[in-house]
Design a protein around this ligand. Structure first.
Ligand SMILES: [Zn+2]
Length: 116
């Protein structure tokens, strides 16, 4: 397991990985077992959502018309959880199927730890 926390930029890029694109394997490996970075991802996702609202007032207005603006935080949490689970599942699947040598290596080989 990686000992260094990924940079905020890397976390954000991972979070914004479009469907079909290759996500940053190092980030997903780290975030799957690092609560601190999972929290940071959540904060980043909240920020992204706020930006999206700011840049899309029409969409916001539509949302208010179409549905009560409730449970935004819960929706963000659900989204992150779903994203994490989906990526974890994908990683397991990839390892089982031998799709990604790098992914399999992450699962099988012991982590390189600096020794002093
Ligand atoms: Zn971390």
């Amino acid at each position: 397991m990686a000992l260094l926390h990924p940079s905020t930029r890397r976390l954000r890029e991972w979070l914004e990985t479009p469907p079909g694109a290759e996500p940053d394997a190092g980030v997903e490996e780290h975030v799957s077992h690092c609560e601190r970075c999972a929290d940071e991802l959540e904060a980043l996702d909240a920020m992204t959502a706020e930006e999206a609202v700011e840049t899309s007032e029409v969409e916001l207005a539509l949302q208010e018309v179409l549905a009560p603006p409730t449970g935004l935080e819960q929706r963000i949490e659900d989204r992150i959880e779903a994203a994490l689970l989906a990526r974890r599942d994908f990683k397991l699947l990839a390892g089982l199927m031998g799709v990604s040598i790098e992914t399999a290596r992450l699962l099988v080989e012991p982590p390189e730890e600096p020794r002093s």
